[in-house]
Design a protein around this ligand. Structure first.
Ligand code: COA
Length: 259
């Protein structure tokens, strides 16, 4: 697919996807959502890619779903609109390769929800996170009411959702929404450093870890533990498990092959 609203750069097995609609603060319109979904499928299938960074061009990460599009919605269309967007973000969340949000600026509404669907969030100190949908007579529709309370707890999430107020990068770290916050010019480097740290590890183990956390969050503790044991056991069949344990005992770095 030809991408008009996304930039892609791949180096050292890290794909950096830059949302590139800066004149509209990278607001998510239908074309952008379609490209994002296609990009995720492409990167998931690309064997030269081991980790993905999502960031925004200009002063925004993503300032939300395109409000002009919402205002023009046909009667009865909004539920489908939400389900379609949720589907795209779920593909990000279920990616077997780590997806890191490098939040450079406004991450509002759908932009905050996009960051929430990523596996980890690295924020610029200048980032502004918020779910301002209630100010528009809406609620978050791309997963915000579900992922935010799971991530930061019901009370903190409801404060953000019901006030619509924004918080900066440092506050996002304090409440557990962002993993770390760094100065703006250190953001790209910090995201790459985290991706590189993840890429040192066994790819199949990384995929199973993501799967175990994702499924476990919605399971009872007992079911989650059973799933974890099953996935743990499944790694027995991988050459990388043999290699990782052997390399440790031989006091050398492992040479993982992803099988
Ligand atoms: N949808 C559509 N267009 C958007 C947008 C969105 N979510 N967010 C910003 N834009 C557009 C603006 O309309 C403006 O376009 P224009 O130059 O053609 O008028 C452009 O991006 C720049 O935004 P502007 O509002 O002029 O910048 P600002 O610095 O004054 O304010 C924000 C920045 C982020 C505070 C403000 O744009 C905003 O509140 N955006 C909406 C955030 C939101 O409610 N998101 C949730 C949507 S569900």
């Amino acid at each position: 697919m030809a991408y008009e609203l996304l930039l892609l750069e791949i180096s050292d097995r890290i794909a950096t996807v830059t949302i590139n609609r800066p004149d509209k603060l990278n607001a998510l319109n239908d074309a952008l959502m379609k490209e994002l979904g296609a990009m995720m499928d492409e990167l998931t299938a690309n064997k030269t890619v081991g980790a993905i960074i999502i960031t925004g061009a200009g002063r925004a990460f993503v300032a939300g779903a395109d409000i002009a599009r919402l205002a023009a919605a046909e009667p009865g269309e909004l539920e489908t609109f939400a389900r379609r967007g949720q589907g795209v973000f779920r593909r990000i969340e279920l990616s077997a390769k780590p997806v890191i949000a490098a939040v450079n600026g406004f991450a509002l509404g759908g932009g905050c929800e996009l960051a929430l669907a990523c596996h980890v969030r690295i924020a610029s100190t200048l980032a502004k996170f918020g779910l301002p949908e209630v100010k528009l007579g809406l609620i978050p529709g791309y997963g915000g009411t579900q992922r935010l309370p799971r991530l930061i707890g019901r009370g903190q999430a409801l404060q953000m959702i019901l006030t619509g107020d924004t918080i900066d990068g440092a506050e996002a770290v304090r409440v557990g929404l962002a993993n770390i916050a760094v100065e703006p010019d250190a953001l790209a480097g910090a995201a790459r450093a985290m991706a590189t740290a993840m890429l040192k590890n066994a790819p199949v183990a990384i995929a199973r870890a993501i799967e175990s956390v994702d499924a476990g969050l919605d399971a009872t503790l007992e079911d989650g533990l059973r799933l974890e044991a099953r996935l743990f056991g499944s790694l027995e069949a991988t050459a990388d498990m043999r290699e990782g344990t052997k390399a440790f005992l031989e006091k050398r770095p492992p040479d993982f092959r992803g099988v």
